[in-house]
Design a protein around this ligand. Structure first.
Ligand SMILES: *Cc1c(COP(=O)(O)O)cnc(C)c1O
Length: 373
């Protein structure tokens, strides 16, 4: 008899604080007895996926008795054309979280260190701990990645650096010249993951990012660079789980060795391929998000609240006091946002930009909730 099964777990695994996802709408409605709940908690697309993607997934349902194409040929071919990169540079993931995971599995041992910023995406420390490696968390600069400090934190044991551009949950971004200089100065024993989950938003001019780079431009130049992107955010396919990595083929080969066979399901493969062909839906999403961001930011100003300037489809508002009670009170109003105390931001709430009515409902509820406290 094992007294405590946890004692059998790998030491890193025992220390993991589980990822806290945004509360699902059904759970809120079940627990709080509210209806017409609005979820602005996980940076999903409030318009949903492209109708073309949905039609492709529906049509593929009939074929689910068969295993999917384990190489994802059709999606890779479409991505290769669209991104102008060779197919051999691509690795497909069950969400881009898979790509982050493969990089850790392929490169990081318990003797290694993994470097990332304070307020970085919560998956980075989880993957690092699961590998039994040491996380080196570098203090942020104005809420974002401090590249000079990240560079100084790199030592002989460092094997991987995670940089989200823009960062989640803060929405801060790095400009082209500074990021390229950082990559050029990296020691040869370090692999860098540039996580571009919000690339499409940040590169849309009305979102306001200046000199925002497309890291794919650097993949041919830097053999130690991996770029991760996803269909979960702007493409509205979070529930299907599909993302991809772009790297030189030698790295892609290693990532594909640790990739479980058939990691991307057949519905996700066809939906993602079709989503890439719907520029109109993408543009509509970007437009509505840029407008929604203005609506939220103007609303915060009216309430006298500060926020962290963001180029993603989400923004952190500073309510000037511990945010957990406001988060709870918003739940009772049927609004799900994200408390970010676990990201070192105890006074902020992260809110995903919704459609205008959702943003308005959130702002009205926020005003009410703050007035009560
Ligand atoms: C959402 C997100 C991802 C990836 O999510 P998947 O659904 O696994 O593709 C990766 N990085 C960041 C910073 C994110 O916010």
């Amino acid at each position: 008899m094992v007294a405590d099964i946890a004692t059998l777990a790998a030491p890193g695994v025992r220390a993991i604080a589980p990822y806290q996802p945004g509360k699902p709408i059904e759970e809120l409605e079940r627990e709080y007895g509210v209806s017409r709940a609005v979820k602005l908690a996980s940076n999903e697309n409030p318009l949903g996926p492209s109708p073309k993607a949905l039609a492709a997934a529906r049509a593929a349902l009939d074929g689910v008795a068969l295993y999917p194409d384990g190489n994802g040929f059709a999606l890779k071919r479409r991505l290769s054309e669209k991104l102008n990169v060779p197919m051999a540079w691509l690795t497909l993931g069950n969400g881009s979280s898979d790509i982050l995971d493969f990089a850790v599995c392929a490169f990081v041992t318990p003797e290694n260190e993994v470097v990332f910023s304070e307020h970085a995406f919560a998956i980075y420390p989880i993957l690092t701990q699961a590998a039994g490696a040491r996380a080196v968390v570098v203090p942020a600069k104005r809420w974002g990645n401090d590249l000079a400090a990240l560079h100084r934190a790199i030592g002989p044991k460092t094997r991987l650096v995670f940089i989200a551009n823009p960062n989640n949950p803060t929405g801060t971004w790095l400009a082209r010249a500074e990021l390229e200089a950082f990559l050029a100065a990296l020691p040869a024993h370090v692999v860098v993951m540039i996580d571009e989950a919000y690339f499409e938003y940040a590169s849309y001019a009305p979102m306001g990012a200046r000199d925002y780079p497309d890291a794919l431009e650097w993949v041919g130049k830097f053999p130690n660079l991996i770029v991760a992107r996803t269909f979960s955010k702007v493409y509205g396919l979070a529930g299907l789980r599909v993302g991809y990595g772009v790297s030189q083929p030698a790295v892609a080969d290693l990532l594909n060795r640790v990739r479980p066979p058939f990691n991307v399901n057949s519905l996700a493969l066809v939906a993602a391929t079709a989503a890439l062909d719907d520029a109109a839906h993408l543009n509509m999403t970007l437009e509505i998000t840029a407008k929604g961001m203005h609506q939220l930011v103007a609303g915060f100003a009216e309430l006298g609240l500060g926020h962290i300037p963001s180029v993603g489809n989400f923004v952190c508002v500073d309510i000037g006091k511990p945010a957990e009670p406001a988060y709870e009170a918003l739940l009772r109003e049927g609004i799900i946002v994200r408390p970010v105390a676990n990201y070192g931001l105890p006074n902020h709430l992260r809110v995903t930009v919704g459609v205008p009515e959702e943003n308005a409902r959130f702002l009205t509820a926020l005003e009410k909730v703050l007035g009560q406290a």
